[in-house]
Write a protein that binds this ligand. Structure first.
Ligand code: F6R
Length: 243
């Protein structure tokens, strides 16, 4: 596991974007695993800027997002479909057929999850999986406890996560959907490379637990330590307890 600590959040975002861009350039058929949330917004902004400058071509890229809220259609302003469209997909030349985000309103959510696993396999697996970390230590929406061999499935969101994500829902945790579809920890661990990014003092405690605590299904992010090609990019503030 490689840990990079930058002075500022912007440097962390730049380094993460550079790794993603390098992955896209290195393969004739790049397959990215993508995440949403506040941390990723700046990273996508940098990738869009590189594309607009003509230095990054997404035309052969396939992507799989980690998760989606159950019950939110792609058109819902708080869906991760919309998040990705507004922040990345609408601004780059990734072919629509290569974009995958779990369907939160599929008639059979379990079948949707199984189909998602198949689609990842058919694409020959994920080359680089981008990850954030939640207050509960979740990666994707793998709330504690999540088995390290768990697969894409429907999960119940932790009360802490519903509060964490409530800023998009009138600051009302009750309005945050109670369930989500998420790639499993096992699905994530099968990516050829992992890139976890965290910035800000608010992440310092959970980063400390994820990196220094026992590897345990009670904190999904500790699974990243089991991967043989994982990079963690932190800024000074999020690494404060750890460093
Ligand atoms: C979202 C996801 C989550 C977030 C995590 C951190 O697709 O997979 O694990 O990465 O909740 O979110 P932020 O960046 O908003 O702190």
């Amino acid at each position: 596991m490689k840990i990079i600590v930058t002075d500022t959040p912007s440097q962390a975002f730049e380094q993460a974007a550079d790794m993603i861009a390098a992955e896209i350039r290195a393969s004739s058929t790049p397959v990215l695993g993508l995440a949403t949330g506040r941390t990723m917004e700046s990273i996508y902004r940098i990738l869009v800027r590189q594309h607009e400058a003509g230095t990054l071509d997404f035309s052969s890229t396939t992507s799989f997002n980690l998760d989606e809220y159950a019950g939110l259609p792609a058109t819902d302003p708080n869906s991760y479909h919309r998040y990705m469209h507004e922040r990345l997909f609408a601004h780059v030349n990734m072919p629509a057929r290569g974009i995958h985000v779990p369907d939160g309103v599929a008639p059979d959510l379990d079948a949707e999850c199984a189909g998602y696993e198949n689609a990842i396999r058919t694409a020959n697996g994920i080359g680089l999986q981008l990850l954030g970390i939640g207050e509960t230590g979740h990666i994707g929406f793998n709330e504690p406890p999540s088995a390290f061999d768990s697969r894409t499935r429907v999960v119940k969101l932790d009360a802490i996560t519903r509060r964490q994500n409530s800023s998009m829902f009138d600051n009302d945790p009750e309005q945050v959907p109670s369930h989500a579809l998420t790639m499993g920890v096992g699905t994530i661990l099968e990516a050829r490379r992992l890139l976890l990014v965290a910035v800000g003092a608010g992440k310092a405690d959970i980063i400390d637990k994820a990196l220094n605590g026992p590897v345990s299904e009670a904190i999904s992010a500790t699974a990243v330590r089991l991967h043989d090609n994982a990079t963690i990019i932190l800024d000074k503030a999020s690494s404060a307890v750890w460093a």
